[in-house]
Design a protein around this ligand. Structure first.
Ligand SMILES: Cc1cc2nc3c(=O)[nH]c(=O)nc-3n(C[C@H](O)[C@H](O)[C@H](O)COP(=O)(O)O)c2cc1C
Length: 334
């Protein structure tokens, strides 16, 4: 049996399979089942700042980057008024999961104000979380907000959270940045410990009969994995932080691709919703069998084998092979 041990944002993991942020962690019984099946860690459902504070009262939205240049802006770390119930219930759930499980429990935070990110992350640390995943999810609809403003806002938030908590911090980020390698490099310099590639934006659909917007989260398939894999392969050689591959991981082969691209671990949600906790056990036993058959003694010996800069396949991730890919159907069509 191969040694599957690895790490996630500096946390030691017994294998690379982590349950991604989802409702599973709301239920202790299900969480125990996932642990019994071999899950190496569990990311909790997100605590959304707007669930616990009044958005209107938060004058320090993290996209208000201009405030950093003014000395009085330092006062923005005032506690926003918190509706205690929801925040405290989340902290209680951290404590409950910690006492029910022996695997790492990673809290997940989705904030919108600097003070919210900082104060809620600190409370997650105090409640006993092993790490915090900061879920960067803002849909910028204002045409006067530039991408640089958004990036600077995120970086300032990471610096603030980093300076107020010692916990490992993982940044769950979307692929929608025009200069992703630079954003990840700058984010690494804030002292965060790892990246989760990628967050999927909600893709609302329009019901043309009912004239409504359907907000149901779409479950992924392995076809959704490509984007995370390509970018992990591109950025992993440049970034000295743990990368976790997220979105579209369903099989042991998907895990192998993620690790070969340079990922340390993966998160899985859709597969578990479709097939239940037993999917964890199946993927892990298939992974063991695949690694044995291909003579990989441990995760480290596979990691990065297909990353950019490692061998001839390297250029496949770059523009040069775009033309070749487009021509791949020519033989059948012409
Ligand atoms: C029902 C459901 C609930 C989710 N809840 C959260 C959440 O609270 N926080 C979060 O960051 N991501 C959440 N996600 C996104 C997942 O963590 C994950 O990023 C996404 O499903 C892609 O991974 P997958 O292909 O393994 O499903 C949720 C996804 C689903 C399907």
């Amino acid at each position: 049996m191969a040694d599957l041990s690895t790490h996630f944002a500096g946390l030691k993991l017994k294998n690379p399979l982590v349950v991604g942020a989802s409702p599973f962690s709301r239920n202790l019984e299900l969480s125990r089942l996932l642990e019994d099946q071999g899950a190496a860690g569990i990311v909790m459902y997100s605590l959304f700042e707007e669930e616990v504070t009044n958005e209107q009262l938060a004058t320090d939205h993290f996209l208000n980057v201009g405030t950093e240049s003014q000395p009085e802006a330092q006062t923005y770390l005032v506690e926003p008024p918190v509706m205690e119930d929801k925040a405290e219930r989340y902290m209680d759930q951290i404590r409950a999961l910690k006492s029910a499980l022996s695997i790492p429990v990673i809290a997940s935070l989705n904030g919108f104000s600097k003070s919210g990110w900082v104060s809620l992350a600190s409370r997650m640390e105090a409640a006993g979380a092993d790490a915090v995943e900061l879920n960067l999810y803002s849909v910028v609809t204002d045409p006067d907000v530039s991408s640089e403003q958004v990036v600077q806002g995120y970086l300032e938030m990471m610096r603030q959270v980093r300076s107020h908590t010692k916990l490992p911090l993982a940044i769950k980020i979307s692929s929608h940045f025009k200069d992703l390698p630079r954003v990840l490099k700058l984010a690494s310099e804030t002292g965060v410990d790892g990246f989760v590639l990628f967050n999927r934006f909600l893709q609302p659909d329009i019901d043309i009969e009912k004239m409504t917007v359907n907000l149901k989260a779409r479950l992924s398939t392995s076809d959704d994995l490509a984007q995370s894999i390509v970018w992990t392969a591109i950025v992993s050689p440049e970034i000295d932080k743990d990368i976790v591959v997220c979105s579209g991981v369903h099989t042991a082969q998907d895990v192998v691709k993620a690790v070969m691209a340079g990922g340390c671990a993966v998160t899985m949600v859709s597969e578990l919703i479709k097939h239940g906790p037993r999917a964890v056990g199946k993927v892990l036993s298939d992974l063991n069998a695949w690694m044995d058959m291909h003579n990989y003694p441990d995760i480290n010996s596979m990691r990065g084998a297909m990353a950019r800069g490692r061998g001839e396949h390297s250029i496949a991730y770059e523009r040069r092979n775009y033309m070749q890919a487009l021509q791949s159907y020519n033989e059948n069509l012409l």
